[in-house]
Ligand binder design. Structure first.
Ligand code: BGC
Length: 780
């Protein structure tokens, strides 16, 4: 019999014949809390632990209970009718074990595109649709809360988890996350918006102290969370591992209560990241309601905390109540009969199509793409073409049934590929993988990115023959990354072998009058400036999920038109990013997740990181300080072209409605993502960025000659900057330029509005403890 039913029957039997014990769902939550013992409350707030793991040897969330491979479960209390509910990762799809002991059925989930690709669609409706498909798998596999979306800011290109995150810009991050949450939660399951906040580096993530100004917190690092909380009502929030201005985020009442709840109106429950924080009592007080996956030590700290008067039981009750309210909403509590059979075929179609919309066409000289109708034979080069990367590693991975390689995608699209080349690559990759065998003595090994095979060198004569026999060359460059590790600087650069491959292939194919297309199968930014002039076209395909090869083939063949745009800047050099001065570059990782030591303050960028670039993250820095970039924020080509008409601005009581007509002026159908930036008056003296994104929208697919009017809403309050001295959101009166751009460096239409001044005071929260030497623009 189905577990929830047994549970309900048991509960009913107990109420019928036993003493009158309040039952969750029948009695009020207050009555249930009233009936709980201290021990039951302490159990409920700490979860059930991870079978076989303790804080000393855990890797990423994994439980064997209820749904094997899910990250965690809540503690059941049968006598009160409180079931255990299931929490599972993650951003690119549900992460559970694909097989179970003594069970011939499989439990594969769909690997959807990584977060960065989803954001690169700039399409909130599409992301909501993807969220709906992900949420359906959450529901049908019997899980209750998805541990996603992840929306930390891409502060630096090397953060190992950028692939799970959305953007260097908080508006993109917040709006895309809100769409994702709406989609998932439409299924009646929950989400956990993570990692709140400032988990911008993996190096020493459990003990790194992020030193950040209040302004950068408000304008950059917390803004996305504020948007998602205000706009999509997530069931839960997950606090991050790190310290923020001296205090663990999970132990900080200013963050978890004063800001999140009192100021932004969050109504749900907060849980820790797995084994995050140290002081269970402080976490309870802060309003971090649940500690996952839960340890005996935490349970004991809470029980003794109450008994010894260090933890007010009313605080515990408050947290317990929030957990119970969350449980009440879950499918498991409501006895939903999940099928264990989501429609994986339908979801494969969703991931295949959505992925094409987030791929970014970086270069397309002489219309090299889409491949011409006469193109039949493709010389497929680069190891990654044969070993396509669906997504990143760690908790953001998805146990999928298959990954379509570029080779298979192209074959299925009807192209002919060289069999000998395929064999040579397969043998080379097998040998490389043997050489790079994971270190089985490292218990993290299976969660870490595997080194990519070194590129195979192809002799000039062979390349000449390939150029003769094929219509075009396609080279894929790949990168993987994941939880626990930041990328190394070398991972940002191309390797010597990759550069040689690019050069040799371009030389041979161009000499034969054939084109070369480069596909980037990456999860984070790489160096492009030094080589981008060589190939004819470059498609940044990101990591596009399990249908990746098919999605790329759809774009290359012209079946789909790429309409993605970058949600982060591609700098010329790694060191150009302002945050690179304060980022753990090539530092040894500390994967000790038991985090037992004392807080340290000696090793810069490891023990602590000074966010000295302040608000100048990504394009806010590059555009304000006039730095050359390789590809700017918001950039992406299409197979067609668009014209922007002069905008019209309608002023309502609380917003500006900016309408702009977008016309497809090219020869093919396509979609355009339009960005609305604002340039404030007196920017230099007021130390404000040159421009800031405030809204964005995307057209539907426009046929050649077709026009659509987009209306972008800019609430007047969003003109404000954070003024630290008065702890207020302040709109300086004056004329604000509204810039409609195809990228941050390609402004196509302008308008201006005269804004009245205003000041909205907010709590003076999360102050840095020491002095930070913050970057300011000159002219002050
Ligand atoms: C990650 C979270 C994840 C959790 C549960 C942690 O290691 O940081 O993002 O949700 O594990 O698997």
């Amino acid at each position: 019999m189905n577990k929830p039913i047994v549970f309900a029957l048991l509960a009913a039997a107990m109420t019928a014949c036993g003493p009158q014990v309040p039952q969750l769902g029948r009695a009020s939550v207050d009555e249930v809390v009233e009936a709980m013992t201290l021990e039951e409350k302490a159990h409920l707030v700490v979860g059930t632990g991870m079978a076989g793991f303790s804080g000393e040897n855990a890797v990423v969330g994994e439980t064997r209970k209820l749904v094997p491979g899910a990250a965690g479960t809540t503690y059941p209390i049968e006598r009160l009718g409180i079931p255990s509910v299931v929490l599972a990762d993650g951003p690119a799809g549900l992460r559970i074990n694909p097989t179970r002991e003594s069970d011939s059925q499989t439990y594969y989930c769909t690997h959807f595109p990584i977060g960065t690709l989803l954001a690169s669609t700039w399409d909130q409706q599409l992301v909501e649709k993807v969220g709906e498909a992900i949420g359906n798998e959450v529901l049908e596999y019997g899980t209750d809360v998805l541990l996603a979306p992840a929306l930390n800011i891409h502060r630096n290109p090397l953060c190992g988890r950028n692939f799970e995150y959305y953007s260097e810009d908080p508006v993109v991050s917040g709006k895309i996350a809100a769409a994702y949450v709406r989609g998932v939660q439409n299924n009646g399951v929950g989400t956990s918006v993570k990692h709140f906040a400032l988990n911008n580096q993996e190096t020493n993530r459990m003990a790194n102290d992020a030193h950040v100004s209040q302004r950068a917190l408000r304008e950059i690092y917390l803004k996305g969370f504020e948007i998602v909380v205000r706009e999509s009502d997530p069931w839960t929030v997950m606090s991050s591992y790190n310290y923020l201005n001296g205090i663990y985020t999970s132990e900080n009442p200013e963050l978890q209560t004063a800001m999140l709840r009192d100021e932004w109106g969050f109504r749900g429950m907060v849980m820790t990241d797995w084994f995050g924080g140290k002081d269970a009592v402080a976490q309870m007080v802060a309003g971090n309601d649940m500690l996952q996956p839960g340890t005996d030590k935490q349970y004991e700290m809470i029980v003794s905390g109450v008994k010894e008067g260090r933890l007010d039981e009313a605080v515990l009750d408050r947290n317990v109540k929030r957990i119970l309210e969350m449980i009440l909403r879950t499918p498991r509590f409501q006895g939903y009969r999940f099928s264990n059979k989501p429609d994986l075929e339908a979801h494969a179609a969703v991931t295949r199509q959505s992925a094409t919309e987030g791929m970014v066409l970086l270069k397309n000289e002489n219309e090299a793409l889409p491949l011409s109708a006469g193109t039949k034979r493709i010389a497929l080069l680069g190891c990654t073409s044969y070993d396509f990367i669906a997504g990143g590693t760690g908790s953001g991975n998805v146990n999928r049934a298959y990954t379509v390689s570029l080779l298979d995608g192209l074959k299925q699209a009807g192209y002919e590929l060289d069999g000998e080349l395929k064999t040579a690559y397969e043998q080379h990759i097998a040998a490389e993988n043997e050489r790079n065998r994971p270190d089985t003595t490292n218990r993290f090994a299976m969660f870490l990115p595997r080194p990519r095979p070194t590129e195979m060198m192809i002799p000039a004569a062979r390349l000449q023959a390939l150029a003769k026999a094929n219509d075009v060359a396609l080279i894929t460059l790949g990168r993987t990354s994941g939880e626990f590790l930041d990328r190394k600087k070398a991972d940002f650069e191309l390797t010597r072998e990759e550069k040689a491959l690019l050069n040799d292939v371009c030389r041979a194919f161009h000499a034969a009058g054939k084109k070369v297309v480069v596909v980037l199968n990456i999860g984070g930014v790489i160096e492009t400036a030094s080589w981008k002039n060589r190939p004819d076209a470059i498609l940044c395909a990101w990591q596009a999920g399990q249908e990746g090869g098919n999605s790329v083939a759809d774009v290359l063949s012209g079946k789909a038109s790429p309409s993605g745009k970058l949600t982060m800047t591609f700098p010329v050099h790694f060191a150009d990013a302002a945050s690179s001065a304060n980022f753990p570059i090539d530092m040894a990782a500390n994967m000790d997740i038991s985090n037992s030591g004392e807080k340290k303050n000696s090793l810069k960028n490891v023990d602590y990181t000074d966010y000295e670039e302040d608000i100048y993250v990504g394009y806010r820095y590059f555009d304000t300080f006039g730095k050359e970039v390789s590809y700017p924020f918001g950039y992406g080509l299409s197979y067609t072209t668009f014209e922007y008409a002069a905008p019209r601005v309608e002023t309502t009581e609380d917003a500006y409605l900016v309408s702009v007509q977008i016309t497809n002026t090219g020869k093919r159908a396509g979609k355009e993502a339009v960005q609305l930036y604002v340039a404030a008056p007196d920017r230099a003296t007021a130390n404000k960025p040159e421009k800031e994104l405030k809204a964005f929208a995307k057209t539907r697919e426009l046929q050649p000659g077709e026009t659509e009017t987009l209306v972008l809403k800019l609430p007047k309050a969003n003109l404000a900057s954070f003024d630290t001295a008065s702890s207020a959101w302040v709109v300086t009166p004056g004329s604000y330029d509204l810039l409609l751009g195809a990228s941050s460096r390609d402004i196509r239409a302008k308008a201006a509005v005269d804004a009245a001044g205003s000041s909205v005071p907010v709590g003076d929260l999360l102050k840095p403890q020491g002095n930070l030497r913050l970057l300011e623009r000159s002219g002050r």
